[in-house]
Ligand binder design. Structure first.
Ligand SMILES: NC(=O)c1ccc[n+]([C@@H]2O[C@H](COP(=O)([O-])OP(=O)(O)OC[C@H]3O[C@@H](n4cnc5c(N)ncnc54)[C@H](O)[C@@H]3O)[C@@H](O)[C@H]2O)c1
Length: 549
């Protein structure tokens, strides 16, 4: 039995968590003497297309399933095996020059094994997860057939719901929700406000998940729920954020009830539990006040801070990161690589006319004006830091139900070249939306765990993971939007964390060249990495040599 319901907590019947460690030890080899660390992934919107695709992939990888696929590979025919294609934390480097993945790329950068991850989450829809996967038509039926029954047994934690924040199309299915009474009674004593009660309820969910599953790695809460309309708040400080949460609605002297979205509540709960929070949607969950709350140094002031003291048992022994906004999964990612290329050629980008259409539930939710505005804000804002003043960038999205999750995107790039002569490129992409997005969800959880083990500062982590987001915010605000530049920053950050393990002054080494500049101080590390990649020495030998430095 690989999934087991948790047995503690206020609403334990809603939980089922996934631990693949059991399956690995049962098909054991000598390599399993040391159990790899389990990280936690908590998905808000577990029953959505991303959530169920991620779960199906976990089961397929855990059980090493094979299935008849719609595509064929020469020599292998139409039978597919699970993989982590697209997850750069799970793939080893490939080819003469290395590149590609980060698994084993650098001695000292030990990344968690995604198959060991324990996955759970919330949804406001009660649809059993296997049935939701079947309805989504994302994966080959022969695979869905094999995972559906098990997925249908996985409990879904009740979601926190405010109908004013999601599109009307989502209202009829929102029946699996935390009630006011449930939230108010979760703490077992009177609570100052309903927002406080909701947050305590979610904290309880998170804590139960971690305790029941003995998660020894880091847990990351990922917003993969429907896009919300923007909340009419902008917290400049953690104090302002906490004061708002603690203010009872009927005591509000202004008469205005704070417009706090469910995603803000999930994020606060994650911070207080020492978990990272990733905003994969396009709403304004992130704010300077929220960033401050995630700062390890701020949470450590618990004893002195009268506001923080109102929240019992705050996790203070670990960093936690606040990352976002909106996963840069497909069209936008390519745009930031294509425009980076155009600029690198010295051309002047003038018109980018971009359209995409698909028919999944995410797009249905965006048929509401308020949620669409949130999406368009981030979609059209991606080139900001390049200050290409003459650039006319337009984006259109269409809801076409027949297409389900299989997104089509078309982008025409027109630039001016030598002697004002135009240069035009056209790209057309087709891919299941969730196949683009799920690898980012896995990678971000693995990166958060890795950087926590290195006690990395939040700004470094935000910059290192900026490549995952359409509009990097928090510590990554206004970074270079170029995809390859952002990947280089990730690489530089990883090498900086490696130096931290071999030097005595982490504070001075952490920030080195985080902006992606070339770095000549880690020659030994580079040589060792090359040795590992070329197969001249093992990773173990590289570690030993590095420690001799
Ligand atoms: N798939 C991609 O390529 C991609 C790329 C970038 C961003 N995103 C974002 O990821 C998110 C998920 O995408 P999807 O295709 O899985 O969407 P989806 O509509 O299939 O799933 C969203 C799920 O969230 C649930 N939900 C809504 N509000 C909730 C709440 N308050 N608490 C708990 N659950 C809630 C819904 O019931 C639904 O099951 C969306 O915000 C989308 O914009 C997706």
């Amino acid at each position: 039995m690989l999934f087991s319901p948790s047995s503690t907590g206020s609403n334990s019947d809603h939980r089922l968590t996934m631990s693949t460690s059991l399956s690995l030890s049962s098909s054991s080899t000598s390599a399993q003497t040391q159990q790899p660390k389990k990280i936690g992934i908590l998905i808000v919107g577990l029953g959505g297309n991303n959530g169920v695709t991620l779960l199906a992939g976990q089961i397929a990888n855990r059980d090493k399933l094979s299935w008849e696929s719609s595509t064929s590979t020469p020599g292998a025919g139409r039978v597919s095996a699970p993989n982590y294609t697209g997850c750069i934390t799970q793939l080893p480097p490939r080819g003469h020059h290395g590149g590609v993945g980060y698994k084993g790329r650098y001695a000292g950068v030990d990344l968690a094994d995604a198959t060991q991850a324990v996955v759970s989450g919330w949804d406001i829809r009660p649809t059993p997860l296997g049935d939701a996967l079947y309805a989504s038509r994302i994966l080959d039926y022969d695979l869905v057939r094999q995972v559906r029954e098990e997925m249908n047994t996985i409990p879904i934690m009740k979601g926190l719901y405010d109908p004013t924040f999601v599109g009307e199309s989502q209202h009829p299915t929102a029946t699996h929700i935390v009630t006011e009474t449930e939230a108010a009674t979760a703490s077992g004593k009177p609570v100052p406000s309903s927002l406080f009660a909701n947050i305590q309820y979610l904290r309880n969910d998170i804590r139960t998940f971690i305790d029941t599953n003995n998660i020894e790695g880091h847990t990351t809460v990922i917003w993969s729920a429907s896009v919300e309309r923007p909340a009419e708040v902008d917290f400049r400080s953690a104090k302002q954020l906490l004061e708002t949460i603690l203010t009872p609605c009927d005591d509000d002297t202004t008469g205005i009830v704070a417009d706090i979205s469910p995603s803000i509540c999930y994020a606060v709960a994650a911070a207080l539990e020492g978990c990272s929070f990733v905003n994969g949607g396009s709403q304004n969950t992130l704010s300077p006040g929220m960033s401050e709350l995630f700062e390890h140094s701020y949470r450590k002031t618990h004893e002195q801070d009268v506001l923080l003291q109102q929240f019992p048992n705050i996790a203070m022994d670990t960093p936690a990161y606040l990352l976002g906004t909106d996963f840069k999964a497909g069209q936008t990612k390519f745009k930031t690589a294509a425009v980076e290329y155009i600029r690198a050629l010295g051309l002047t980008p003038r018109v980018i006319a971009s359209s995409n259409h698909l028919g999944n539930n995410d797009m249905l939710n965006l048929t509401s004006k308020s949620t669409l505005e949130a999406k368009m804000r981030v979609k059209s804002n991606i080139f900001g830091p390049w200050e290409e003043d003459q650039l006319d960038h337009q984006v259109k999205v269409m809801y076409t139900p027949f297409m389900l999750d299989e997104k089509r995107d078309v982008v025409e790039y027109t630039s001016l070249g030598y002697l004002h002569s135009p240069h035009t490129m056209l790209t057309y992409t087709r891919c299941m939306d969730s196949i683009l997005c799920v690898p980012l969800m896995i990678d971000v959880a693995v990166w958060c765990d890795y950087f926590v083990t290195k006690q990395s500062r939040s700004e470094l982590v935000a910059k290192a993971t900026a490549y995952l987001f359409k509009v990097p915010e928090g510590g990554a605000k206004n970074v270079d939007p170029g995809f390859h530049t952002q990947m280089q920053v990730l690489d530089t950050a990883l090498r900086a964390t490696m130096r931290m393990t071999t030097t005595t002054n982490p504070e001075t080494t952490t920030n080195t060249n985080i902006n992606g500049n070339a770095d000549n101080t880690d020659t030994l590390t580079t040589v060792l990495q090359k040795g590992v990649t070329a197969g001249v020495i093992t990773e173990e030998q590289a570690k030993i040599l590095q420690n001799l430095q």
